[in-house]
Design a protein around this ligand. Sequence first.
Ligand code: UN1
Length: 525
Amino acid sequence: MSSGSDFKSVKERVFGELGLYRQLSGLYDGQWLAGEGRRHVSAYSPINGEWLADVAVGDEEDYDRMMERAWLAFGEWSKVPAPKRGEVIRAIGDRLRAYLDSLGLLISLEVGKTPVEGKGEVQEMIDIGDFAVGLSRQLYGSTMASERPDHRLYEQWHPLGAVGVITAFNFPCAPWSWNALIAAVIGNVVVWKPSPDAALTAIATTNIVNEVLDEEGLPPLFFLAVDGAGEIGRRMSEDPRLPLLSFTGSVQTGKEVAAKAAARLGRTVLELGGNNAAIVTPDADLDIALKGVAFGALATAGQRCTTTRRLILHESLYDSFLPRLVDVYKEARVGDPLDPGVLVGPLIRRDAVGSYCSAIDRAIGEGARVLAGNSVLTLDGLEGGNYVQPTLMEGMRADSQVICEETFAPILYVVGYRDLDEAFAIHNRVPQGLSSAIFSNNLREVEAFLSVVGSDCGLANVNTGTAGAEIGGAFGGEKETGGGRESGSDAWKAYARRQTVTINYGRDLPLSQGLTFDVDQDGGG
Ligand code: UN1
């Protein structure tokens, strides 16, 4: 276990390298808002409960000024040719590379991820930056054959203006970058409201990216507003100055955001809850399956949208696979994520520990048996941290309610199946539809899983777990996950408005569908 002084020295170093102070500003409108006389929110580390910093938050007036400046910046930025915008994003990516270690460690301090996972998240920002640079020369529109002579018909894609991005604590910066760097390369500017539990990472990231813009003589493009009491989130949902709002978070809040945005006919990209399952069949490579299920269920202490929450296990594997998984659960080290060898860090807040306990109690009430875990841990020197033992449960009732819910904690429910149709029925029974996995070397099983009667999720993985998507694919899910897509593939189109252009370069005016409309038939009046 790492000593308290490790925490302090890591904090000193990381805060120094990232230019963070004890008093920080949470509003960036091109300049950092001065903190004096403002309301503050405090950041504490889930590792040990220690205070990290105070953050000044803006009010309604500050928010309005930020939106005005965002639109002014849009006027300038949208006129820069897209490949030039790509060059700017490349410089941003290079700068993020220089901060890979310190930003990764800040994520550990602030939300309790292991440094490997913290850096992995910064790597996702770097990767999507590279993707955006390539995209800057590939914002293709289609050309269609016109039915009229001497006519040209094609599509072009324009930026929307200011794009709002609301992110969750569990990935403090990667989802911002999937939205922000793609939106920016198209010519948009971005207004970010991070989770109040991950404000410091957002402040550090905003600092880094705007510093590059400043050096390039460009206006600030990446605006930030840390929320004090939910006001800014509400304003953003209702604000017509944000034609698109990308929201990552719970199903419940996502429904509220979507309803408010829809009321003004604004667009949304929603990445809401997941309740992801891995199916392990008798034809699986069990070593691969074990690792894939363990990573999916335990990484980030079960606090990913893509976390494996259900294991759909063929009944013939109960005696071979399950004992091995129980061993993994018993041996996985829980503790200070800064300590090498620790796999599972803390939960974000005390109330998340409460949700963990109540989900387990309800599952037991619904007939489940605990195979491993079910304990809240108080660790020496880390009494203020929120630690729980990862929990493996089995024997749920078929109509269990708790299994249909996403509990943001390391709890994995094992459900048995006899044939593949039954496995798919169990798999698709939950209301969420983000990620899914099958472990099998049987071509027929795999193809059935990928067919229309198989996984109903946005992400379908074969012989790799539900978590850990690459940025190159479109990321998001179906049903209550919200239907949004972010990151790679053609997800960029969500941040652009499509314009269908028709040009007549002839000496006549032929009408579509062969219509005639002869206004000068009789030579007029
Ligand atoms: C999330 O939990 O909201 O696929 C994002 C993964 C990560 C992203 C998770 N690349 O697990």
